[in-house]
Every structure is written in structure tokens, then in C-alpha cells.
Design a protein around this ligand. Structure first.
Ligand code: NAP
Length: 251
């Protein structure tokens, strides 16, 4: 385990830790000395993420982030497992269920809202309470939204609405939690190479890449580096912000 670093000794919860951006955040945080509570609906995947890190007192936990009872149980497990209080949390769990608006099924709208928006709400509420009660200084909550929240995206009415909701939630949480020394920010990735975008057809990827000023999809670690900044004291006067990590994509 890294002994120094921007996040030395800080306990950080990352949801969606078993894949893609969440996994990269765990790796980047660990490199900066954080202790990870890696949470995912699939605990084996979260454990795989931890197996990629240098040894440390990290632990994996299973949770369906859309269930308040599971979130509360996970928070109790984290509290009893670690000796130090939670100080950082990243809400990176998310899914897509794409279809055109006129063909989208209600159940797919509801599931997206449950995981992407309500799950982020439940995590912000639970972590906000935990950090407030521990009276730790300089808590940081980071919500992974999407550039699609601002621009819309064909076939993603449900997803874009959920991610726009995450921005409203973030800005309100930033105002309400500032008095407890908790900062809350959102990261808005563009197109990032993860299992979520593996399904994008080759011809669509080529078109999208032409629209990205930096000319390529992003890498999960490029989102993770932004999260390191937001989790650390380097961003101590940043709250309620939306940081775009898009290679300049604006469409
Ligand atoms: P990913 O590789 O699919 O990772 C998402 C992780 O969340 C998976 O491990 C998934 O588990 C987990 N998860 C799904 N439902 C869950 C639930 N109910 N409770 C807890 N964990 C759950 O996707 P990603 O690309 O890394 O996306 C991470 C975040 O970035 C998401 O919020 C996504 O919307 C956002 N984002 C991604 C991009 C992009 O281009 N990739 C762009 C903008 C925003 P399973 O695999 O077992 O379902």
C-alpha cells in the first residue's frame, strides 16, 4: 500500500468498483494512498479489482445501490469493518437500457432511474450522514454523471434524464452539506472505453471520434485522475461543480 500520496490513509467508498470507471478510480485512489471500500452489485468483480491493487486494508462489499435497505446494511458493514471513518465516496455504479423514446419500455425507464438517480441519492444521503456523524473534516462526495445529461443523446432519454437528475442532486447536496465540511461534485465523462461503451457499433464509434476534438474515446484512468483531484485537498474550494472529461466533445 502506498504510504504517501494525495489521499494517504483516507477511507474511500467507490460504487461500481467492479468494472470500467469505478475500477480505475479504485486503482488511482489506491496509488494515492487511499483505503478502499469497493462496492458493487457483483462482489466477485469488486474483489477482482482489489486483487489488482497493492496489498492494503481494502475490502469489497456487495450492494444493489438502488435498494435503501442494502445501502444501509453496506454502510453498517463498512463502519464495523474499518477503524477509520469514511471521508470520500464516489457514486460510479450505473447502467444503460437504450431505446428510442417512442419505443422505450416503462420498466427500462424505471430501472435506469432506480440505479443511476435513486442509487446516487441513497449513497449521497447515507455517506453524508456518516461523514456528518463522524465529524471528520473535508469530506468529498463525487457523483459520476455524463456529458449526455447536458446535451441529450439519441436512444438514451432515460439515461440522459437520470444523469441530469444527478447534476441537480449534486448541486443541492453541495449547498446542504457544505456546513458539515462535505464537498459534493459531479464528473461528466464523454465517451470512455469501458464495457458500457463496448456495445457501441464500430461505425458509430468512428463518427463519434470525429466529433471529439482530442480525436479519441477517453480512458477510464483519465476520469479517475479527475476524481483524485476532487477527492483530495487540491480541490478544497471546489463544490457543486460539474467537471467535463470529454476530450472537448460538445454536441
Ligand atoms: P461499467 O463498466 O458497466 O461499470 C458499471 C458498474 O456498476 C458495473 O460493475 C456494474 O455491475 C455496477 N452496477 C450496475 N448496477 C449496479 C447496482 N444496482 N448496484 C451496484 N453496482 C451496480 O460502466 P462504466 O462505463 O464504468 O460506467 C461507470 C459510470 O460512469 C456509470 O455511472 C456511467 O453511467 C458513467 N459514464 C460512463 C461513460 C462511458 O463512456 N463509459 C460516459 C459517461 C458516464 P455489473 O457489471 O455486474 O452490472
Amino acid at each position: 500500500m502506498a504510504t504517501g500520496g494525495l489521499l494517504a490513509g483516507r477511507l474511500a467508498l467507490v460504487s461500481g468498483a467492479g468494472s470500467g470507471i469505478g475500477r480505475a478510480i479504485c486503482q488511482a485512489f489506491a496509488k494515492e494512498g487511499a483505503i478502499l471500500a469497493a462496492v458493487d452489485v457483483n462482489k466477485n468483480n469488486a474483489e477482482s479489482t482489489l486483487s489488482m491493487l497493492q496489498d492494503g486494508p481494502h475490502a469489497a462489499f456487495s450492494v444493489d445501490i438502488s435498494s435503501s435497505s442494502e445501502v444501509n446494511a453496506m454502510m453498517a458493514q463498512i463502519k464495523s469493518h474499518f477503524s477509520q471513518p469514511l471521508i470520500v465516496a464516489v457514486s460510479a455504479a450505473g447502467i444503460t437500457r437504450d431505446h428510442f423514446l417512442l419505443k422505450m419500455e416503462e420498466k427500462h425507464f424505471d430501472r435506469i432511474m432506480d440505479i443511476n438517480l435513486k442509487g446516487t441519492f441513497l449513497l449521497n444521503q447515507a455517506v453524508g450522514r456518516a461523514i456528518r456523524d463522524a465529524e471528520t473534516k473535508d469530506g468529498s462526495i463525487i457523483n459520476i454523471s455524463s456529458i449526455s445529461a447536458l446535451r441529450g443523446n439519441i436512444g438514451q432519454a432515460n439515461y440522459c434524464a437520470s444523469k441530469a437528475g444527478v447534476i441537480g442532486l449534486t448541486k443541492t447536496a453541495a449547498k446542504e452539506l457544505a456546513k458539515f465540511n462535505i464537498r459534493v461534485n459531479a464528473v461528466l465523462p464523454g465517451f470512455i472505453e469501458t464495457p458500457m461503451t463496448d456495445v457501441v457499433p464500430e461505425r458509430v464509434r468512428d463518427i463519434v471520434s470525429l466529433l471529439i476534438p482530442l480525436g479519441r474515446f477517453g480512458r477510464p484512468e483519465e476520469v479517475a485522475d479527475t476524481c483524485v483531484f476532487l477527492a483530495s485537498d487540491k480541490s478544497r474550494y471546489v463544490t457543486g461543480a460539474c467537471l467535463e472529461v470529454t476530450g472537448g466533445l460538445y454536441m
